[in-house]
Design a protein around this ligand. Structure first.
Ligand code: GLN
Length: 546
């Protein structure tokens, strides 16, 4: 494509965080994609961590893993889910990465004795990374994390200003997402915080062309006019984003609110006419589904739903495609352990997601036992699969000390163990030991899974024999026990280069465990086959088996 035609849309946030900048950016990108543009997306995180891989989910929600094994911000997950595109490590970077590469270059003498400064060196590195993310696309949507006014965000805003200057106003636009709070006592919507936030942007040389105002209720015309006037944006460029019941409605609401005409005008594009019919149909099926099922979601720290983001969304995607509402019954594994199976009695399927650490494991194993014995459709993901094996070894084969070395380093029966060497997705030999440092010991990213002919897994993947799915884990199934559990009916239905990827139970309605995370590749318009099949089986179980 012609480099000079490339466009950049910067999305910043004002007033406060958690305004849905990620969804806004993903929605804008979706509308451009459906209008025929090749769209890319970049999330910039102003924090100093090199990546979120070592951050607690309490701090940062889920760590999203890309196909190339990068541990990224959960917003990258939103972009993939909206755009149905695989992004990579170059689509997310942090202040930590920027400084690290500048300092490494300086140590190697790469700056020929210059004094290294934020301007130009850090800002140049930021711009280099933005251009890299936009390399193969016609339009790059860049979401800047944090809130305008944060100290950490300054170099990124400067990079944005410089790019505007270098590439011209028609190629770079700025969209500012803000909040119009409702003062309940007076029943009034307030524009002042937005005015201040825009002033802050203008102080550093950026005038946003479009304002997206998050609002609890419709914004009266005179307030829209006030915002337009005081923030110096065109009247049609003040877009109201009212809270929506489903995030997938947002692109459709943007079309209704008239966002496309200011975008095409400011960027001198032809009229944007996105084809959203099939998207619209799926959204209708989310909002007004024909069927309904209840899935027990057995986890720990359930108050922290953000750490299960991709899986929750994957259930929405598969549900939408099946025209079925998926009610998630949150089952705290510690409650199951202490209070028994009551809460599992009326569910149509049991899902045990991935996780780390020993806490709550006892209850998860109990839930798996219930699913196995009561023939309730079961899907175990990563830790969920490992625990399914432990449960089977203990309760079916009588190996009472069967365990994962994650929970008991010295277990005499390490059915889940730490493999010392493995070949990564680039064909490189990797070493994992008990002492290797945390950031570098996981099996991350996409690996091929070879599927057993005639298995439930193959049925789920519509007869395909090799699939690519993403990983994020340290431990593996110990093949020394394979003959024993296979003989008893828990068979291996997926393998990757000698590693066991999937298990399923013969003679059960549907009992499948996978070492990979199918939720990372689920998209609204292209849901995960394995999760969709699990829900189909749950629906069947509800209608015919109970
Ligand atoms: N804790 C397990 C491991 O590291 C499972 C990880 C997961 O569920 N993502 O192997």
């Amino acid at each position: 494509m012609d480099e000079n035609q490339k466009i950049y849309i910067f999305v910043t946030g004002g007033v406060l965080s958690s305004l849905g900048k990620g969804i806004t950016s993903a929605s804008i990108a979706t509308l451009l994609k459906h209008s025929g543009y090749k769209v890319g997306i970049l999330k910039i995180d102003p924090y100093i961590n090199v990546d979120p891989g070592t951050m607690s989910p309490f701090e940062h929600g889920e760590v999203f893993v890309t196909y190339d094994g990068a541990e990224t911000d959960l917003d990258i997950g939103h972009y993939e889910r909206f755009l149905d595109v695989n992004f990579s490590s170059k689509n997310n970077f942090t202040t930590g990465q920027v400084y690290l590469s500048v300092i490494e270059k300086e140590r190697k003498g790469g700056y020929l004795g210059q004094t290294i400064q934020i301007i130009p060196h850090i800002v140049d590195e930021i711009k280099r990374r933005i251009l890299l993310a936009g390399e193969d696309v016609e339009c790059l949507v860049v979401e800047l994390g944090g809130t305008v006014g944060d100290i950490e965000g300054m170099p990124f805003l400067e990079a944005m200003r410089e790019m505007k200057q270098e590439l011209s106003m028609q190629k770079v636009i700025s969209v500012h997402v803000t909040l119009i709070p409702l003062m309940r006592a007076a029943g009034e919507l307030k524009t002042k915080p937005t005015q201040h936030s825009v002033q802050e942007l203008r102080r550093i040389g950026i005038t946003p062309q479009i304002i997206i105002a998050r609002c609890e209720k419709p914004l009266p015309l005179e307030l829209k006019r006030k915002l337009s006037f005081s923030c110096d944006v065109d009247m049609d460029s003040v877009i109201v984003a009212e809270d929506a019941p489903s995030i997938y409605q947002v692109p459709l609401s943007f079309v209704r609110e008239g966002l496309l005409s200011p975008i095409s005008r400011h960027l001198s594009l032809k009229k944007l006419e996105p084809k959203m019919e099939s998207w619209d149909k799926l959204v209708k099926q989310i909002l007004f589904p024909k069927d309904e099922i209840t899935i027990a979601f057995v986890g720990k720290y359930l108050s922290l739903k953000e750490s299960y983001k991709s899986l929750i969304e994957a259930l929405v995607h598969s549900g939408a495609n099946l025209d079925t509402q998926v009610n998630i019954k949150w089952c705290d594994s510690e409650d199951i352990y202490n209070n028994g199976f009551k809460m599992l009695e009326f569910v149509d399927g049991i899902l045990v997601p991935g996780g780390f650490g020993v806490r709550g494991v006892g209850g998860k194993i109990e839930a798996i036992r219930y699913a196995r014995e009561q023939q309730v459709p079961f899907l175990g993901i990563c830790l969920g699969m490992q625990l399914a094996l432990i449960e089977f070894m203990r309760n079916v084969l009588g190996v009472s000390e069967a365990d994962s070395i994650e929970f008991n380093t010295n277990t005499p029966e390490p059915v889940i163990y730490l493999i010392e060497h493995f070949i990564d997705q680039n064909g490189k030999r990797q070493i994992r030991t008990k002492t290797s440092h945390k950031g570098g010991t996981m099996r991350l990213g996409e690996y091929e899974c070879h599927i057993l002919q005639g298995s439930k897994l193959q049925e789920a993947y519509k007869g395909v024999s090799i699939v690519n799915e993403r990983h994020r884990h340290r431990y593996e199934i110990n093949p020394a026990y394979r003959a024993q559990f296979e003989k008893a009916g828990l068979i291996v239905s997926g393998e990757s280069n000698g590693l066991i990827e999937a298990l399923e139970l013969l003679g059960h309605n549907w009992f499948v465990g996978v070492q990979f995370h199918p939720e990372f590749t689920s998209r609204l318009q292209n849901p995960s086959p394995i999760i969709t099949t699990f829900l189909q089986k749950a629906l069947y179980f509800k209608k015919h088996k109970r």
